[in-house]
Design a protein around this ligand. Structure first.
Ligand SMILES: C[S@@+](CC[C@H](N)C(=O)[O-])C[C@H]1O[C@@H](n2cnc3c(N)ncnc32)[C@H](O)[C@@H]1O
Length: 313
């Protein structure tokens, strides 16, 4: 078969994916071709006339068919951009979503305030962050990278946990790849790891200053109606029980025993769960304050629960 150019393969791939139901056929085709030929998407757009070798064409066509069958582009490429970083992703964990970047920004702001808002004499213990349900490590690793850029990571310890051992392995790989494994300990646990557990290179302290969590929040009954690519992701990463908030509720119930006085929990929720998280906080965490932040689309996205008190460090 004659050698095809980049432009021809993008057109062919776009047409194939448009008929198979992708919402973004051209983007998908460009990303898959870039991956197949070891280039980035900019090069694919800039050089439509360039020939593509036999191996690149074959790899592109194989991935095109898998994409047409519903497999997400991120799993085919083996990576997903999140908070400006490339994360390794595969079927061991959920693909991080852009709306989750908000929780990283909010956690960074909380930590900057804690680390700069008052004097921290030598010997002050690090601020402890727990990322519960870390998946591929997106929140923990992006937060660590952001803090390292600010020169603040040395004063923070991040414990990232997930109930899935496969996700834990992937999160560890991402912590190493982004050179933050010295401050991000990853461990398999049901919600918060027990106090005192060794989480190399850290130890899980009894008290946590900031909890971040993007736990499953889809109602079990809604899972079957999600778009086809979602069926490739682990069901345990999405299934939030009958009302979607089963895991969030369990975590909220742990907070009085584990969150430091003055501590904050940032919990990602579904767009329709803003009132439910406020009611949950009022009922289960009397005296705490609760606010709900909206994402760029204006939808309720993060419940911020603060334990009143002057003990903030
Ligand atoms: C929606 S995914 C989010 C993953 C990641 N935080 C992100 O934002 O991309 C939820 C994650 O919570 C984990 N999970 C579910 N139930 C859990 C539990 N009881 N304890 C710890 N992790 C849990 C799942 O395995 C999954 O990795």
């Amino acid at each position: 078969m004659a050698m095809r150019t980049i432009g021809e393969l993008v057109r062919e791939g776009t047409a194939r994916l448009a008929t198979s139901g992708s919402d973004t056929p051209r983007l998908d085709a460009e990303l898959l071709l870039a991956d197949a030929i070891g280039a980035d998407r900019t090069a694919v757009i800039a050089h439509p006339e360039a020939p593509v070798g036999v191996d690149g064409s074959a790899r592109f066509r194989e991935h095109l068919e898998r994409r047409a069958a519903g497999e997400p582009v991120a799993y085919l490429r083996g990576l997903k951009e999140f908070h400006g970083l490339a994360f390794a992703v595969d079927r061991r964990a959920l693909i991080p979503r852009p709306e989750t970047e908000l929780i990283v920004d909010m956690a960074r702001a909380e930590l900057v305030e804690r680390l700069t808002g008052s004097a921290r004499p030598a010997g002050t213990p690090p601020v402890v962050v727990a990322d519960v349900g870390t998946g591929c490590g997106a929140i923990a690793v992006a937060l660590a990278v952001a803090l390292r850029r600010l020169g603040m990571l040395g004063e923070v310890e991040i414990v990232a946990s997930d109930i899935s051992p496969e996700a834990v392995d992937l999160a560890r790989e991402n912590a190493v790849a982004h050179a933050v494994a010295d401050r991000v300990g990853v461990v398999a646990a049901d919600l918060l790891p027990p106090a005192g557990l060794a989480v190399p290179p850290l130890r899980m302290r009894a008290e946590v200053d900031v909890v971040v969590a993007n736990l499953p929040y889809v109602r079990s009954g809604d899972l079957a109606g999600l778009p086809p690519p979602v069926s490739f992701e682990p069901a345990a990463a999405l299934d939030g029980g009958p009302d979607g908030l089963a895991q969030v509720r369990r975590l909220v119930d742990l907070l009085p025993g584990r969150l430091a006085v003055g501590g904050v929990a940032l919990l990602e929720i579904g767009a329709g769960q803003g009132e439910a998280i406020a009611e949950m906080a009022a009922e289960r965490l009397p005296g705490w304050s609760c606010s709900v932040s909206r994402d760029l689309g204006g939808l309720p996205r993060i419940g911020r629960l603060e334990r009143a008190g002057a003990g903030r460090q």
